[in-house]
Ligand binder design. Structure first.
Ligand SMILES: O=P(O)(O)OC[C@H]1O[C@H](OP(=O)(O)OP(=O)(O)O)[C@H](O)[C@@H]1O
Ligand SMILES: Nc1ncnc2[nH]cnc12
Length: 170
């Protein structure tokens, strides 16, 4: 099954000049979703990971399935102001301006081996900030894991210190 068939290009969304890679056709097809999860999980068993962190919001969709498939707990990283209790916050640069993400301090323990999952690696700012958050909580990132990577945006350069795997390359 060619999974790229289930990723739809939407030109000029959310802004003119951006080609948005829509994963909804993949999510709408259970066989394609199952294949994506099986292929993503296949490369992960050797890491002895203890948790999977998914990044709001599209990183939750396959991240939870991946965690279930691997028998691991799932931890959400959320946009600001959404998580209760003690949080760690990381601000990172966007193309214009900046953004922040947060994690609950007690969701990662000292010594946790963490896989970071998101649907898309674009400029890498979001995933790099997620790795910082996990490290602030005492965890170690063992792999950054993506359904797809937009190689022309060179997000890998921001994640040079981490193992990285993307299932689909553009
Ligand atoms: O590599 P970067 O340039 O940091 O971009 C990648 C991020 O952008 C998208 O999220 P978005 O902010 O669109 O939010 P959403 O998941 O809630 O749609 C995507 O799901 C990644 O989280
Ligand atoms: N082109 C794109 N398509 C889908 N999600 C994205 N996140 C950042 N860039 C994206």
């Amino acid at each position: 099954m060619n999974l790229k068939k289930y990723i739809q290009d939407i030109p000029d969304f959310p802004k003119p000049g951006v080609i948005f890679k829509d994963i909804n056709p993949l999510l709408a097809n259970p066989e394609a979703t199952a294949q994506a999860i099986n292929l993503l999980a296949k490369g992960l068993y050797g890491f002895n990971a203890t948790k999977i962190v998914g990044i709001e919001s599209r990183g939750f969709l396959l991240g939870i399935l991946l965690a279930q498939k691997m028998g691991l707990g799932f931890v959400p990283i959320r946009k600001p102001g959404k998580l209760p209790g003690k949080i760690e916050k990381q601000t990172y640069a966007l193309e214009y301006g900046d953004d922040s993400i947060e994690i609950q301090q007690n969701s990662i323990s000292e010594g946790d081996l963490v896989i970071v999952h998101d649907d898309v690696l674009a400029t890498g700012g979001t995933a790099a900030a997620a790795c910082e958050l996990i490290e602030k909580c005492g965890g170690t990132v063992v792999q950054c894991n993506f359904l797809m990577e937009l190689g022309f945006l060179e997000g890998r350069k921001k994640l040079e210190n981490y193992a990285l795997h993307s299932l689909l390359h553009y």
